[in-house]
Unconditional design. Structure first.
Length: 372
């Protein structure tokens, strides 16, 4: 089924182009270097050739025992569990604090990100995933690489493959885009650059609001929201329509690793969260809204005052679902420690890059490895 992969060469310093701020790029690429230099899990990371498939192969058929935690079908799929917060509401700060403490997740509207840009991102993501399998595999992420086309990063931890293909961007994507569209790459790059800038601004705003509801020092706020050395990654997710959606998974249960994730579901249901005592519950897409969730680093930083939410993505029988996630994190060389004003830290302190490596090698065991 798979052709021999030819992994693209990832040369970070060759990603400079005349439009980019070189300082930002060096900084942005450090996150990819953590993955690239240190993590060597070998696994088949090539997405299925969705063009030529008419059923779900055994490799992608999930039974209950393949999942962790167990797949629990809820009888009560309430879709309004997660609060929807209007950022222009004067009470937004309290609502965000409450949502972070209760759920580790909320949806945000009136966030100030131009709708036109949001739509352009979807258009460009669909343009990418509509390329032939042959074209997309030209920018295949190498087994130890960070950016490009491939399966979800958590794939090695599961016996079964996910009904998924993704494209990861950290900083400039010009090298890959030139391979995909030699004469027409600028539009894709400009759109992704603009979007990453907007996401970073929004992530800062949301982090600032959420942290102000905790007992936090100014120095700690500066660490979490500093623009200098911070890291962002953009993940374009594609879940092709699937002949047997209940037999497979788009994205297996996981928590996100960095501080905050901002996700757009682009109108198609699929994201589900695990709620203790209830099971899996869908997060309904809302026009113009982003889903925001706490990642492991913010869970640690908040001394577990903000829970980290297990989530997964389901697939659809008739619709090709696209989602776009932006992951925001602090400088990888900085030290991560639970907020100093809390007497009993739940976690030991460590370098951000150490945690990212722990997560990449131990997946959902990483948090328990640093728990005190
Ligand atoms: C992710 C993620 C959910 C979705 O990219 O980390 O959880 O709905 N995506 O695609
Ligand atoms: Ni996620």
């Amino acid at each position: 089924m798979y052709s021999t992969p030819i992994y693209k060469n990832v040369h970070f310093l060759s990603t400079f182009d005349h439009k980019s701020d070189s300082k930002t790029l060096v900084i942005m690429n450090t996150l990819s270097q953590v993955y690239d230099d240190d993590i060597t899990i070998s696994h088949n990371i090539i997405p299925l050739d969705f063009e030529s498939i008419d059923g779900v192969p055994d490799s992608h058929l999930w039974s209950q025992s393949d999942e962790s935690p167990q797949r629990i079908q809820t009888n009560n799929p309430r879709d309004s569990l997660i609060p929807v917060i209007d950022l222009s509401n004067p009470c937004a700060i309290d609502l965000i604090g409450q949502a972070c403490k209760t759920w580790g997740m909320f949806q945000v509207i009136n966030h100030g990100v131009p709708l036109e840009l949001v739509k352009k991102v979807e258009f460009e993501a669909r343009r990418l995933f509509a390329l032939t399998t042959h074209e997309k595999r030209k920018v295949l992420r190498s087994p130890t690489g960070a950016t490009g086309y491939g399966l979800p990063r958590i794939s090695p931890f599961f016996a079964k493959c996910m009904w998924h293909e993704g494209f990861t961007i950290m900083g400039s994507c010009v090298d890959d885009a030139k391979v995909l569209w030699p004469h027409d790459y600028q539009r894709f790059c400009d759109t992704m650059d603009d979007y990453q800038n907007q996401m970073k601004l929004l992530a800062h705003k949301l982090l600032l609001l959420s942290l102000q509801t905790l007992d936090v020092t100014q120095e700690e706020i500066n660490w979490a929201t500093s623009t200098h050395g911070s890291n962002g990654a953009l993940q374009l997710n594609s879940y092709p329509s699937c002949p047997n959606p209940s037999g497979t998974l788009g994205l297996a249960p996981h928590t996100d690793s960095l501080l905050l994730t901002i996700l757009n579901q682009y109108g198609i249901t699929g994201l589900e969260i695990f709620v203790e005592g209830l099971g899996w519950s869908p997060v309904s897409p809302i026009e113009g809204a982003f889903v925001v969730n706490v990642g492991d680093l913010l869970h640690i930083f908040s001394n577990a005052k903000f829970p980290v939410v297990y989530h997964r993505a389901m697939v659809n029988q008739s619709k090709h679902r696209i989602s776009v996630a932006y992951f925001y994190g602090p400088p990888i060389e900085s030290t991560l420690a639970p907020l100093s004003n809390y007497q009993d830290p739940c976690f030991r302190s460590l370098l951000v890059k150490e945690y990212i490596r722990l997560k990449a090698t131990h997946n959902d065991k990483a948090l328990s490895l640093i728990r005190i």
